[in-house]
Design a protein around this ligand. Structure first.
Ligand SMILES: [Zn+2]
Length: 180
């Protein structure tokens, strides 16, 4: 890794001590991001959103790990927040993970999932000849979330819109998903 790569990650940790809680000299944090340069921007947005969510909350928040797995971002944290702040943090992380799935981890341009055994999200220029992972038509950038309200299971489908960096609700029936 080049010193430039190390630099933005250290800068992010330093800019958000309330999220990363670095210790020692020079300061180090267990949650220091282990991802490519292309995801720097989305992580900066995520940290800003999380700070906003936790600032007014009396709870605790620690970044546990930020890494890439199966070609997309994984953002793990520890702590205890009010249910409202917890919801905002989880929403910020859902947005970050969705954005990572369509953002090249090398350069930050529009990308898509590629590879065979080793998956990455890459633009055409950084694809290095990897085959594209086929996504069923209509399911591009769609997240399917399930939650329980009492005994009832609720399926929610949302499409990530890269232009506006937000989710748009999709009718599950339009994707052929059956509700039980
Ligand atoms: Zn790229």
């Amino acid at each position: 890794m080049s010193s430039v790569v190390r630099n933005w990650q250290a800068t992010l940790v330093k800019a958000y001590p309330d999220l990363f809680h670095p210790t020692g000299n020079p300061p180090a944090a267990v949650g220091r991001p282990e991802v490519g340069d292309g995801w720097r921007d989305l992580l900066e947005r995520t940290c800003a959103r999380i700070r906003t969510a936790i600032q007014a909350d009396g709870g605790s928040f620690h970044v546990a790990q930020i890494k890439q797995k199966y070609g997309t971002l994984r953002f793990y944290w520890d702590g205890a927040l009010s249910s409202a702040a917890n919801g905002w943090v989880e929403e910020a992380i859902a947005l970050a993970e969705a954005r990572s799935a369509c953002t090249c981890d090398v350069c930050g341009d529009v990308g898509r999932l590629r590879g065979k055994r080793w998956l990455t999200t890459r633009c055409l220029a950084h694809a290095e000849g990897q085959p594209v992972v086929e996504i069923t038509r209509g399911f591009e950038n769609v997240r399917i979330e399930e939650r329980y309200v009492g005994e009832q299971r609720i399926t929610r489908c949302r499409r990530y819109d890269r232009e506006t960096d937000s989710f748009i609700d999709v009718d599950p029936r339009s994707l052929g998903i059956e509700e039980e």
